[in-house]
Design a protein around this ligand. Structure first.
Ligand code: UDP
Length: 387
């Protein structure tokens, strides 16, 4: 191995770091990944019977307001004009998500205008002081009031996190906008779309550089591998994007992660649910949502008599599971401080990505963070010899 840099994990964070370093710094970069495919959880592939692109680890929707990230990603893929919209089924009715004027009027059986709806919700939300709301439940109630919270968030969140919502961060609920108009776009960002020829083609182009070697099926913790933890030649820096607790052998205790199980089905109908994603807010429905992948690419020539759906189930990750979501309870945050301290003292190793930093990063955030790591850490290290 004669790499200048080792990147552990070939998700968006790892590949973006690899590409920048290969291209701008002229470094030889070795990317290793435990899995048999690149892309981490953004990986997608055609379902064999229908050719419909399936996101193997759950639906990934690209959106960003960051100009630099948008410029960067457009070098590797073109985007469709897809705009993400979600609906939620609650007690036999279908509602618009995220909460907007339509949801409010549907739920309360009214025909309120923006000001009247705002006044109604403000009255219901008054029980919580927004400024003091620092957990998921308080934050949600302070934004949309208890009735809407109990209908659309309580049951879904119980299934998604299995954690007292008072122990979840407020930031998890503010991922979703609340709107007093009929705009039902799921995201607020300036740019949005799906990669024209799929996520995997995008990720492959990102990795396609003469200075980058990707080794799949290569576990960083398997000491029989040529490159593994504690066995990286010389002073070659490592960018590690796996779970931070795993790196340190859970020395400070396990961080809690949620994993997902999926049940995929090909159905003999042209359209199962009429929308890409249907959330299920009732707690007694075991899955959180159903994805119907054909709707992500209405521009493609998919079969008209078949569709692919995927039910999504959430549970705590145990050894051997893929971690997806950092739960981030107060205990997790305590442990994370200890891990950050260990990480800062780990010579020649930088931690990044959703798993490496235990942060609920979206794809555009992971890409932005990777660009920053190259600017702020790797470029000074390689160009100026700074630590
Ligand atoms: N959420 C909810 N009901 C919904 C959608 C979201 O309660 O219909 C909550 C839930 O706790 C979820 C969080 O809001 O984990 C963030 O939602 P988002 O859609 O951003 O989650 P992701 O798509 O990343 O799983």
């Amino acid at each position: 191995m004669n790499a200048d840099l080792v990147v552990v994990g070939s998700g968006f964070f790892g590949l973006t770091v690899a590409r920048q370093c290969a291209e701008d710094l002229g470094l030889k970069v070795l990317v290793i990944d435990r899995r048999d495919h690149i892309g981490g959880n953004a990986y997608s592939e055609p379902e064999p019977e229908t050719g419909i692109e399936v996101h193997r680890y759950g639906a990934h929707l690209f959106h960003t307001s960051n100009e630099r990230v948008w410029q960067h990603v457009n070098r590797f893929t073109r985007f469709t004009p897809y705009v993400h919209r979600v609906f939620s089924t609650f007690q036999g009715g279908v509602y618009s998500m995220p909460v907007n004027l339509h949801t409010i009027n549907q739920y309360f059986g009214k025909a309120l205008g923006p000001d009247a709806a705002r006044a109604l919700v403000a009255e219901q939300a008054g029980e919580i002081d927004t400024a003091a709301a620092d957990n998921f439940e308080d934050k949600a109630i302070s934004l949309i009031g208890r009735p809407l919270y109990e209908a659309f968030f309580k049951g879904y969140t119980a299934k998604q996190w299995q954690t007292d919502p008072r122990n979840l961060p407020g930031a998890t609920v503010t991922r979703l906008p609340v709107r007093y108009n009929y705009d039902n776009r799921y995201f607020n960002d300036t740019y949005e779309g799906l990669p024209v020829d799929g996520y995997t083609a995008w990720l492959e182009r990102l990795a396609d550089h003469e200075n980058i070697e990707v080794r799949l099926g290569t576990d960083f913790f398997d000491t029989s591998q040529e490159v593994s933890k504690g066995n990286v030649a010389g002073n070659v820096p490592v960018v590690y994007t796996g779970p931070v607790d795993t790196y340190f052998g859970d020395a400070e205790g396990q961080l809690s992660w949620r994993t997902l199980d999926f049940e995929q089905e090909v159905l003999p109908v042209g359209d199962f649910q009429g929308a890409p994603v249907m959330n299920y807010a009732d707690e007694d429905v075991p899955y959180t949502r159903i994805h119907e992948f054909r709707h992500f690419h209405p521009e493609r020539d998919y079969p008209k008599d078949k569709t692919v759906i995927m039910r999504e189930f959430s549970r705590f990750a145990v050894a051997g599971d893929e971690p997806y979501y950092p739960v981030n309870t107060p205990e997790d945050r305590q442990k994370l401080l200890a891990y950050r301290d260990l990480a800062s003292r780990e010579e020649n190793v930088l931690f990044g990505g959703r798993l490496g930093t235990y942060k609920y990063l979206d794809m555009h955030m992971a890409i932005g963070a990777a660009l920053s790591m190259v600017d702020n850490k790797l470029t000074p290290h390689f160009k100026d010899g700074a630590a």
